[in-house]
Design a protein around this ligand. Structure first.
Ligand code: FES
Ligand code: FES
Length: 151
C-alpha cells in the first residue's frame, strides 16, 4: 500500500505502483483539476507540487510519491473563495482555454512561495516549462505579478 499526503489529507493507494501520478489523482482520488496535455513531459499542464517542487505528474509513478506531500490545484482555493493567485489570473486574463492553467498556477505558486525575486524575468524563467497555446504569456505573467505583490 502506497501512503502519501494529498492537499493535506492522508491517502492510501493499493493499485499498480507504476500507475502515473496524474491518473491516480484524477481516477482514484477524484481530483480532476490536474489536466493532461502532451502526456510526455513537454507541456507542464499536469504540474503538481511534490514536497513543494513542481513536477510533471504524467511522468511520475505514484510509488515515487510514497511518503511525500502532493499539492494539486484543488489545494489553492474554491470557486467561492479564490486564492490570491487564482484571483490574479481572473483579474488579468491569465486563463483562456484553461488547459494549461492548473499547471501554471502550481508552478507559479511554488515560485511565489520561494520568497525570492518575483519580477517579470524570474516569473518567465519559472514558467518556462509550462506551455500555453492561447494567451501569449503576457497576461499570465501579469497575473502572477499581481498575486506576488505584497507577499
Ligand atoms: S501532460 Fe505532463 S508535461 Fe504535458
Ligand atoms: S489558456 Fe489555453 S493553453 Fe493556456
Amino acid at each position: 500500500m502506497i501512503k502519501l499526503t494529498v492537499n493535506g489529507k492522508k491517502k492510501s493507494f493499493g493499485g499498480a505502483p507504476f500507475k502515473r501520478l496524474i491518473d491516480t489523482l484524477r481516477e482514484d482520488f477524484a481530483l480532476t483539476g490536474t489536466k493532461e496535455g502532451c502526456g510526455e513531459g513537454e507541456c507542464g499542464a499536469c504540474t503538481v507540487l511534490l514536497d513543494g517542487e513542481p513536477v510533471n505528474s504524467c511522468l511520475i509513478p505514484v510509488c515515487q510519491a510514497e511518503g511525500c506531500k502532493v499539492e494539486t490545484v484543488e489545494s489553492l482555493g474554491t470557486p467561492e473563495k479564490l486564492s490570491k493567485l487564482q484571483a490574479g489570473f481572473l483579474a488579468c486574463g491569465g486563463a483562456q482555454c484553461g488547459i494549461c492553467t492548473p499547471g501554471m498556477l502550481m508552478t507559479a505558486q511554488a515560485h511565489i512561495r520561494t520568497k525570492g525575486k518575483c519580477d517579470d524575468k524570474s516569473i518567465r524563467t519559472a514558467l518556462s516549462g509550462n506551455l500555453c497555446r492561447c494567451t501569449g504569456y503576457q497576461d499570465i505573467v501579469k497575473s502572477v505579478l499581481k498575486a506576488a505583490k505584497g507577499r
